[in-house]
Design a protein around this ligand. Sequence first.
Ligand SMILES: [Zn+2]
Length: 100
Amino acid sequence: MDRFVDDDAGYLAWLEAHPRGYVLNTFPHMRSAYLVLHRTTCGTLNRRLAKGREWTHLYGKACSDDHAELADWAFRETGRSVHGCGTCGPPVEPVMSGGG
Ligand SMILES: [Zn+2]
């Protein structure tokens, strides 16, 4: 698994090198419950940004070819499950907690 925070060049290179990989959108320091899993081909990731905006400045990105690895890592770090992006529909493990 690779992480990119304030490293747009590294992040974009990873996307190109891993067309079948997955990207977990997070805040840089994992304080938030904001955890959304995407495929690298997702249109919300692979698009041009307006000038002056950056991919990894506000939201760190965690990248892996194995979506389960990202979900496991997020759960260890935050105790929360990831959510699958509604646009690209990546595979997401069922939430193990009860209730709801
Ligand atoms: Zn997506």
